[in-house]
Design a protein around this ligand. Sequence first.
Ligand SMILES: Cc1cc2nc3c(=O)[nH]c(=O)nc-3n(C[C@H](O)[C@H](O)[C@H](O)COP(=O)(O)OP(=O)(O)OC[C@H]3O[C@@H](n4cnc5c(N)ncnc54)[C@H](O)[C@@H]3O)c2cc1C
Length: 495
Amino acid sequence: MDSSSSSAVIIIGAGISGISAAKVLADNGIVDLLILEASGRIGGRILKESFGGVSVELGAGWIAGVGGKASNPVWEIASKFGLRTCFSDYSNARYNIYDRSGKIFPSAIAADSYKKAVDSAIQKLRDLESNSVDDVGNGAELHLTAKTPIELAIDFILHDFEMAEVEPISTYVDFGEREFLVADERGYEYLLYKMAEDFLLTSEGKILDNRLKLNKVVRELQHSRNGVTVKTEDGCVYEANYVILSASIGVLQSDLICFRPPLPRWKTDAIGKCDVMVYTKIFLKFPYKFWPCGTDKEFFIYAHERRGYYTFWQQMENAYPGSNILVVTLTNGESKRVEAQSDEETLKEAMGVLRDMFGPDIPTATDILVPRWWNNRFQRGSYSNYPIICNNRVVNDIKAPVGRIFFTGEHTSERFNGYVHGGYLAGIDTSKALLEEIRKDERENESKSFLLEPLIALSGSLTLAQSDAVSGLQKCEVPTQLYLSGKLGIPEAIL
Ligand SMILES: Cc1cc2nc3c(=O)[nH]c(=O)nc-3n(C[C@H](O)[C@H](O)[C@H](O)COP(=O)(O)OP(=O)(O)OC[C@H]3O[C@@H](n4cnc5c(N)ncnc54)[C@H](O)[C@@H]3O)c2cc1C
């Protein structure tokens, strides 16, 4: 057990933002760093698991924002390392909407309902904007008018998945509107290992570097003008000049990490204002396919009078032919409800929905996988969701450092929060800000020692106690102003 060790920078969390932050520091010569990760692996919300004979992504699954003028940096990394991906075309989902008796809504009705939902959401958004409300909820106001099952289903797709047609999303504006599903046995997380390889000691795909410590749950950050003391659940203590904290917004809202002294009010207020989205992909394995296949059938929708009740489905045939896997996505309230019940109960519900759509004779799934992002104390949700109309101050305050603690993570990305590339770019930004701070510190220290040099020379003729006091001055906060202002004579300032 590490009783106490000291580093220039400690990075808390080894998700994409923590790893990209560490890489920037290492690239800039800060190699005296330590990464403390609560779980037993790197990747955070990028997490694969073997299921039904293939590798499925429990967390981030898509590289969103491809094909635009600017290049998505995560797409670039994926291309560089040959990650296998498949193009996902959501636009057909609206023509594969099933009612509870298994009939597909005629495309004219579906298109009409879709257009109405988009128009109404745009109108409501304009109303909110013209009322110049500073901070409003996360869109609840936008879907009050949806009533029928098809309206509710479309409303769910528009608001709980993508607002692209309602409000421009920076990801699509900047990087393009195409999305690619990661379908690679090595998982999306392979990209993180490749990034880590650049600055951590690795062998045969394993990270051996002891600057990465897994299963280290940070519980306390004691911070002062001189540094930060980090205490972990297993009783270890680590000292650092600076800390980069990449824990999710859900974790920051929880009491997992105690700050001493507590975070200032402006910070906790901002953290409290950001909503946490829960997004759950439930995987179901079947003995054979009973659903229609083809690229225009990748996604299908179930219209039920309960909003968000097993609404959005995806078949994995395009990604993994022959895998016989379906994925259904739940969000927020439905996610939390399902997380709290047994997987058997969830399987029963999902099968009820599938039998509504495809008839009573379809086989029961042989396996089910239900991730629990909400109940994971190292996540407490899936990603940040800023109010639709939100002033930039909230994000800026969430991102702003408090003393020697710097904040990073997807939730600190003004333009791309909620996405993998948001986390990646946030890590880079945070480390650049920290490097600037470190350089500023160094410049200040240099000028302090320059000013102290004559004093140090003088110390040769001082008593032992006096010269101790002079050398001590370089380490602690030097009262430069006092002796420069001439209010005290030099010997008085020293002693
Ligand atoms: C179900 C789901 C689907 C998603 N789909 C997509 C998608 O398709 N495309 C996309 O771009 N994005 C998607 N996202 C979002 C994306 O995964 C995240 O935005 C991104 O991975 C966040 O990275 P991060 O580094 O900010 O945080 P994280 O990956 O959460 O990293 C933070 C790390 O900090 C660790 N930690 C937390 N508390 C402590 C502590 N006290 N001590 C030590 N370590 C701690 C955690 O264990 C974690 O490893 C999805 C997320 C989820 C959950």
